[in-house]
Design a protein around this ligand. Structure first.
Ligand code: C2E
Ligand code: MG
Ligand code: MG
Length: 589
């Protein structure tokens, strides 16, 4: 872009003695934020003067990590504000940085920006209390990610000079924070983060650095540690401190934290790689159920690479027709008749064999591919069910349930896609059910309710999947326009032997029935579970006791079985040994 030089207005003291005053840090920027003029004093502060910096973009002087924020503020001048104030780190000729506080205003007649700065007096390695605001997280008052990385870099440099010096980076996050945030509201979510920040400060030494990295994630830098037991001790201490509920206004919130850590080593070239590895370890700790910690190791790095590979393969899997829809029967407990199927996606990977959705659905969600995969599953399931209805006109129509992820639910094309698929397949909306998990709903409950209501207007049926695994499920069940609740497998697993699980299931059944909802129990594997659920009044069941998810061809055999021997579907499975039952028409798992 060409910079048009304009003479500064006479009224501006640029040409005046003021510009040469000792200590006056002044700049004139043109409309493109290029430096037109600088006062003399800059030479002392930056070690650079007008000769070097004239016509250079102002932003070049600013520390890379602060640039986004600075640009953001500069953009507001003239629009919302006539003057903006901010602090940032500025680069000196010797490559070090100085903290400066700025006030920048616009002269709209001449389209020039006048910038005045003063040193914040902050030595960048000093304690957080004296940090300029640009290094501080507004909510918690902790140093932010930029400063944290800076300090990690500094520690790495120290460790290079002093081989005895050991340090560690911990990355920790609140388990299921989004669920807490969305069920109790952002205000309570914010209060929780403030409490956690305080807890982290209390659990570390004053010389350790605790920073908020973003969202519910925090970083801890431990310098001068003896060995790997130090970070473990810190993590344990903070996890112990999490045992009691946090009192946030009228709420008592239980929150656990997962943590990952990595030790400083010569292998690390950049601070963000250390943070990446600690983050990876935290992800591992979260995957193991939360509330724990993990130490980064090479294996994790390889695992991450494997996931990347998998994601690449996933992108090509649709066009290469590697997905297949499997079907798992849902039975009515009253008469043991088959009433429908749940469609479950399977990925036939050419080298790795059949990959379970638990492994690739999260990946598909992260990458957005779930939208295409979901659309494909919907088409398959509707077309298949319509074929079955035509092939078996004598039997009462079966329904098919299709799983929807949060990402699909929020996608603007969802409704048109569903309408088109129903039209093309000829399936009546009454025979299509959509399963939405409680956690998908909780990501934005208000919006989800609106979307579900729009879906309901197409006259299809809605199911709440994995019920009981969310946060405050019972309290908002009545607000959801759903027809059926699917009780999560984790409660069914021990329902026949654990009093707590039994009462939980009992309560859900009671509540659901009061609200006019039906209940499907997932993961029924044992006759004892089935007998109890029937006694408690559950309408439907699904699980390995009846059949694993099977191919369409096998599912068709189950339909024929049910037609020829009504109510015997279960009998067949029951006659088999548990091993055979598991191996019922399933091809592989
Ligand atoms: P889900 O919707 O809750 O599906 C039930 C899962 O429980 C299935 O796992 C099923 O194979 C398994 N299951 C059923 N009965 C039993 C049992 O008696 N014992 C045990 N141990 N497991 C049982 P699957 O097929 O691996 O799917 C896992 C999850 O992946 C599903 O949970 C669903 O959330 C997701 N998923 C599967 N297909 C799709 C899809 O097409 N789209 C979306 N968005 N998600 C899908
Ligand atoms: Mg499901
Ligand atoms: Mg489920």
């Amino acid at each position: 872009m060409m910079t048009v030089y304009r003479k500064p207005p006479q009224s501006f003291p640029a040409g005046s003695a003021f510009f040469r005053l000792p200590g006056a840090l002044l700049m004139v920027l043109d409309e493109n934020w290029s430096i037109q003029m600088m006062s003399e004093s800059w030479r002392e502060v930056l070690g650079r003067g007008q000769e070097e910096l004239r016509w250079r973009p102002f932003i070049e002087v600013v520390h890379e990590l602060d640039r986004e924020d600075v640009i953001d503020r500069l953009c507001r001048i003239g629009e919302e504000l006539s003057t903006v104030r901010f602090s940032c780190r500025c680069r000196k000729a010797d490559g070090t940085y100085v903290g400066l506080a700025w006030g920048v205003s616009l002269d709209p007649d001449h389209m020039l920006f006048y910038a005045a700065a003063h040193e914040t007096g902050v030595n960048l390695s000093e304690q957080e209390a004296r940090l300029p605001e640009v290094f501080v997280d507004g909510l918690t008052g902790l140093p932010n990610r930029g400063l944290f990385l800076d300090r990690v870099t500094h520690a790495m440099q120290r460790a290079q000079r002093n081989k005895q010096m050991r340090f560690a980076v911990i990355h920790c996050g609140v388990d299921r924070f989004s669920v807490i945030n969305h069920s109790l509201g952002n205000r309570i979510g914010d209060l929780l983060l403030i409490e956690i920040a305080n807890l982290l400060r209390r659990s570390t030494r004053p010389t350790d650095m605790v920073a908020r990295l973003g969202g519910d994630e925090f970083g801890i830098l431990l310098e001068d540690i003896k060995d790997a037991t130090s970070p473990v001790r810190v993590i344990k201490r903070l996890q112990e401190n999490c045992v009691l509920p946090f009192r946030l206004h009228e709420h008592e919130v239980f929150a656990s934290m997962s943590a990952g850590m990595t030790l400083g080593s010569a292998q690390y070239e950049h601070a963000d790689l250390m943070l990446r590895d600690a983050n990876m370890a935290m992800t591992r700790a979260k995957a193991q159920g939360g509330g724990g910690y993990a130490m980064f190791d090479r294996g994790m790095h390889e695992e991450a690479l494997r996931r990347l590979d998998l994601e690449l393969d996933l992108r090509r899997a649709l066009e290469r027709q590697q997905f297949e829809a499997y079907y798992q029967p849902i039975v009515r407990l009253r008469d043991m008749r088959l009433v429908g199927f749940e469609a479950l996606v399977r990925w036939n990977h050419p080298e790795r064999g059949l990959i379970s959705p638990a492994e690739f659905i999260p990946l598909a969600e992260e990458s957005g591919l779930i939208v295409q995969i979901g659309r494909w599953m919907l088409e398959q399931a509707c077309a298949q069910m319509r074929r079955w209805q035509r092939a078996f006109p004598r039997r009462p129509a079966l329904t098919v349930s299709v799983n929807l992820s949060a990402r699909q639910l929020m996608h603007p094309d969802l409704l048109p896609d569903i309408r088109r698929t129903l039209r093309e397949s000829g399936l009546s909306p009454r025979h299509l059910k959509l399963e939405i998990t409680e956690s998908a709903m909780m990501e934005d409950a208000e919006r989800a309710i609106e979307l579900l209501e729009a879906l309901k207007r197409t006259r299809l049926k809605l199911m709440l999947d994995d019920f009981g695994t969310g946060y405050s499920s019972l309290s908002y069940l009545h607000r959801l326009p759903i027809d059926t609740v699917k009780v999560d497998r984790s409660f069914i697993m021990h329902v026949h032997e654990k009093a707590a699980d039994r009462s939980f299931v009992e309560t859900i059944l009671e509540l659901a029935h009061k609200l006019g909802r039906e209940v499907v129990c997932e993961g029924v594997e044992l006759p004892a579970q089935e007998a109890l659920l029937r006694r408690l009044g559950a309408e439907f069941a699904q699980g390995y006791l009846y059949s694993r998810p099977v191919t369409a061809a096998h599912a068709e055999m189950l339909i024929i079985d049910d037609l020829e021997n009504p109510g015997r579907l279960l009998g067949k499975a029951r006659g088999a040994s548990p091993a055979q039952r598991m191996d019922l028409p399933e091809r592989a798992t």
